[in-house]
Write a protein that binds this ligand. Structure first.
Ligand SMILES: *Cc1c(COP(=O)(O)O)cnc(C)c1O
Length: 335
């Protein structure tokens, strides 16, 4: 038995998130491809925390841990348009903590990228952007310095790793696996975008612990397949150890598709743009340019390739990121 209730947790979001059928996407794809499964979307873009997203689930456990340790300041890193830093800023506000952020310029783009979208929300939420460092800078070192400064001032910092991805944060996706297990349908596949790995690690560890039939396919938005498989595997094993279910993990449970990364993290691709337009215009659901646009493109590519059987229930996990669209406004100038 998996007892999530024994871990500290602080409620931050709206759960369970809706699980909806994508009927018009199915209809559209059936005209084009011979083998289209039943398609569902799990709305983790509707977790509710300052425009929502997958980091909310992780933050419930991370903030629970931080509160238990008496922390008064959350410190975390991310790309300039990080959804994780924005949700952390909102979580800190919601529990009355300070929030200090270190942003990495993984890309050099325009003024919208630097100031709008998630950055704008972070400012409104009262977070402090301490630094914007060049790509590849030592973010962990920068956070340690900030933590030291907080301590010198008599505060109690709590450092959250990139994407909230450690065994504590990944518990949030064990909770999501539990929600999917208790859904009205038997889930055969969950397809989602994988970056810092906590989402996939939590889902895989959770489904394994529940002896579920559900398989998880991570669409990478940054690393190549080998590197992402290794990173996900390592965090899955640590998460299962934290849960006390280490014996349930099989290497074959970790599946990664790296064909949708394009030019790299946050670099737009034609497939991403088509995927965003398709879902917006068929279902009225908005994806984001950095993660879910590429993830949904990966879902469509795998449907075209016949990865899923016709009678299977395939769930696309919408991990959020909609605020990021406003940081990439110019990419949609042709619309
Ligand atoms: C962070 C993020 C992901 C990736 O989740 P990881 O747990 O980092 O792998 C996917 N989609 C969105 C919108 C995100 O912000």
């Amino acid at each position: 038995m998996v007892q999530l209730a024994r871990f500290p947790r602080h409620s931050l979001g709206h759960f369970p998130t809706p699980l909806e059928r994508m009927e018009r996407v199915e209809e559209h794809l059936r005209k084009r491809f011979p083998q289209v499964p039943n398609l569902w979307i799990k709305r983790d873009d509707c977790t509710g925390l300052a425009t929502g997203g997958n980091k909310t689930r992780k933050l419930e456990f991370l903030v629970g841990d931080a509160l238990e340790r008496g922390a008064d300041t959350l410190i975390t890193p991310g790309a300039v348009q990080s959804n994780h830093t924005r949700q952390t800023a909102a979580a800190a506000a919601a529990v009355g903590m300070d929030c200090k952020l270190v942003l990495e310029r993984r890309q050099v783009r325009d003024e919208d990228y630097e100031q709008s979208g998630n950055v704008l929300l972070e400012k409104i939420l009262g977070a402090q952007i301490i630094d914007r460092l060049p790509a590849g800078a030592d973010l962990a070192g920068a956070m340690d310095e900030i933590a030291d400064a907080v301590e010198r001032d008599g505060g109690n910092p709590y450092v959250i790793p990139g994407g909230g991805s450690n065994p504590v944060g990944a518990l949030g996706y064990v909770a999501c696996a539990e929600e999917l297990e208790s859904a009205d349908i038997a889930v055969d596949w969950v397809v989602h975008t994988t970056g810092s790995c906590g989402t996939q690690a939590g889902l895989v560890a959770g489904f394994a612990a529940f002896h579920s039939r559900a398989k998880v396919l991570g669409i990478s938005n940054r690393r190549d397949e080998t590197a992402q498989l290794d990173a996900v595997k390592s965090l899955t094993v640590q998460t299962a150890a934290h849960l006390g279910t280490s014996d349930t993990i099989d290497d074959g449970d970790i599946r990664v598709d790296d064909r949708w990364v394009g030019g790299g993290y946050g670099v737009p691709t034609d497939e991403m743009l088509s995927a965003i337009h398709l879902l917006a215009r068929l279902e009225g659901i908005v994806l984001d340019p950095v993660y879910t646009g590429k993830g949904f493109a990966g879902l469509l590519g795998n449907i075209a390739a016949g990865t899923f059987a016709e009678d299977e229930n395939v769930v696309f996990l919408h991990t959020g990121g909609v605020a990021g669209l406003f940081g990439y406004r110019s990419v949609f100038d042709g619309d």
